[in-house]
Design a protein around this ligand. Structure first.
Ligand code: PGA
Ligand code: ZN
Length: 439
């Protein structure tokens, strides 16, 4: 049974505090505490990307090389305590849109660079948490504007790109347990395939050291070698590739796009968009790939339209750096027929309200939605609740490893328990909505 919404008691924000804590790369990040007049306390901490899109909101870093190599966030912390707190104390914590509008106004820049998207998101998310507590409902319920559902996990098994040092140009090789009937069953399948992949790597004398998101970072350089490994791992785990477990890629192509062309290590000559689309098409022909993220670079709009025409009827095409959880960029994509799904990362845009607006706009346009973590994460599990409350359908947190990832996977297990035996689980249906769009 889903807990019913309680009647809201009047409350106001009485206390706002921030501190510097460390993320999963050991780098500083912002943590915010919010206190309400009824005694409720909300806390949130902010993640950080490594392969960040050019159009993301800006996180504010101190740049003082004598501390944490310049990654300190004391300026952002001070912006919370000295600038945001006086403007927010006394406000109604249940008016999240009003609060987020006030934060945007207070910052005054298009990319939140004055106060820092890290400062702003910390406050926005901590207030939502405090308000949920004050209302006496779980966060997923507080955030929901639709029937809640547990998402299908897209789980990183092998990492390349800017998250690893093995030599792979593509960033993420993921598995999707599309045959699972529930979220908890999905995790069991992922565990088995991931363990088999580790065994296969070890048998071949390849490294099983972990990359930033807990995936393996072997010294392989061709995507086909990784995809072959994953298909073999699925079989060794006793599952059927394409039926029980499908594959997905995050190409993260922006980072190897230079001077109008794509540069892959196994192809010495720079390639135009069409050649990379050919390459991706041959991968889709040869492997049970159902989703490709950032197959082309963040500003290659024409290429994206070609990619979507060519592959959008067969696979989900997810815009991450392309959209940066930004409503205006998503709108442009919808109009141009670019991608058929959006990756949603709260810190790319910087407030809870703007994030939910992007999820709702995508759904209205029948774009698929994937709520995503960053490569630098904390123990904060807000995005698990966000994915359930908005029935996003898919979630991408990294590998089934490391506590900053498991904080989210485990929160989803708790929510599944809370929702009861018949907890709605989106499963493979999440992918259908995206590829139905084109073709
Ligand atoms: P990032 O990578 O958090 O380093 O940006 C995640 C992704 O590209 O999906
Ligand atoms: Zn990505």
């Amino acid at each position: 049974m889903t807990p019913a919404r309680r009647r809201r008691r009047a409350a106001s924000i009485t206390h706002l505090w921030a501190r510097e804590v460390l993320d999963s790369r050991g780098r500083p990040t912002v943590e915010v505490d919010v206190g309400l007049s009824d005694g409720s306390l909300g806390r949130a901490s902010v993640p950080s990307g490594a392969s960040t899109g050019r159009h993301e909101s800006r996180e504010l870093r101190d740049g003082d090389e004598t501390r944490y190599g310049g990654f300190g966030v004391r300026l952002a912390v001070r912006n919370v305590t000295d600038t945001i707190a006086p403007a927010v104390i006394g406000r109604d914590p249940f008016d999240q849109p009003g609060l987020d509008r006030r934060l945007i106004e207070l910052d005054g820049t298009a990319d939140k660079s004055r106060l820092g998207a890290n400062a702003i998101l910390g406050v926005s998310a901590a207030v939502a948490r405090a308000a949920a507590l004050a209302e006496g409902v779980p966060l997923w319920r507080y955030l929901s504007r639709t029937a809640p559902a547990l998402p299908l996990p897209m789980v990183n098994v092998v990492s390349g790109g800017l998250h690893a040092t093995g030599g792979l140009a593509f960033q993420d090789f993921l598995i999707l347990p599309i045959g699972a009937a529930s979220y908890s069953e999905a995790l069991e399948v992922v565990y088995a395939v991931r363990a088999a992949a580790g065994d296969l790597l070890a048998e071949r004398g390849l490294s099983v050291l972990k990359a930033d998101e807990g995936g393996f970072g072997p010294a392989l350089d061709r995507p086909e070698a990784v995809l072959d490994l994953l298909v073999a791992a699925i079989r060794r785990a006793g599952r059927r590739p394409g039926d029980d477990v499908a594959l997905a890629l995050d190409v993260a192509a922006s980072h190897f796009f230079e001077d109008g062309a794509y540069r892959l290590p196994d192809r010495p000559a720079p390639m135009p968009s069409e050649d990379l689309v050919d390459r991706l098409e041959s991968l889709v022909d040869g492997y049970p790939i159902v989703s490709i993220e950032d197959g082309l670079a963040e500003d290659d709009w024409e290429g994206w339209a070609v990619l979507t025409r060519r592959l959008g009827h067969r696979v989900q095409l997810v815009g991450d750096d392309l959209f940066t959880t930004n409503a205006a960029r998503l709108e442009r994509g919808i109009e141009a027929g670019a991608a058929n799904a959006v990756l949603v990362k709260m810190n790319q845009i910087g407030t809870v309200t703007e994030t939910i607006d992007v999820l709702e706009r995508a759904r209205a346009a029948r774009y698929g939605t994937v709520v995503s973590a960053r490569s630098g994460e904390t123990e904060d599990s807000f995005l698990a609740d966000l994915a359930v409350g908005t029935a996003a359908g898919q979630i991408k947190i990294g590998s089934l490893a490391q506590s900053e990832r498991l904080a989210k996977y485990n929160q989803l297990l708790r929510i599944e328990e809370e929702l009861g035996r018949d907890a709605p689980f989106v499963g493979a249906a999440a992918l259908a909505s995206a590829s139905r769009l084109v073709g």
